[in-house]
Design a protein around this ligand. Structure first.
Ligand SMILES: [Zn+2]
Length: 168
């Protein structure tokens, strides 16, 4: 069973899952940013299974399997990539570790360009994807969601830049 929020039209594994309704256009996140960041994001998404859902919120782009396994925050000159695992990563690449709950730990890795989307980062993302794509673990009674639409890749455009200026 999946549930579509009537306010923001995002799809969730279960009803009343806490989330933000504040959805924005994916390209808006990359408007006015260095093109390496859009290229890095495209490479990151392309390296993941095709059933990954992208939910662009105002502050972050959410990557979800059955539930959220990663988020990307587009900053001025880098992407902060959050990876939800059940363990802290012991690596100098991890800039921040946030214990969300006993089995959910956000490991944040900074990405400056496509070169940072390497085998190691991909293996962490796939580990997070697998943790959040299997059958629900005790805390939720819902079934696995069906695959959603495929990848919406970012192509920074003049249109995106116009939208960003309007918002500013
Ligand atoms: Zn909503």
């Amino acid at each position: 069973m999946t549930w579509v929020c009537p306010h923001c039209k995002r799809t969730f594994a279960s009803e009343a899952q806490f989330h933000s309704h504040d959805v924005v256009d994916l390209e808006g996140h990359f408007a006015g940013r260095p093109p390496e960041l859009g290229a890095a994001f495209n490479k990151l998404v392309a390296s993941l299974p095709s059933d990954v859902r992208l939910d662009p919120l105002k502050t972050a782009i959410i990557l979800a399997a059955r539930t959220t396994f990663s988020f990307v925050i587009v900053r001025a000159a880098r992407l902060s990539v959050g990876i939800f695992l059940d363990r802290p990563l012991d690596s100098p690449r991890v800039s921040k570790v946030d214990q969300i709950s006993s089995r959910k730990i956000a490991n944040v890795v900074e990405v400056y360009g496509p070169g940072d989307i390497d085998h190691e980062l991909r293996s962490w993302l796939l580990e997070a994807y697998r943790l959040r794509s299997g059958p629900p673990v005790a805390d939720s009674g819902s079934e696995r969601s069906s695959p959603q639409a495929g990848h919406a890749l970012v192509a920074p455009t003049a249109d995106g830049a116009r939208r960003a200026r309007r918002r500013a």
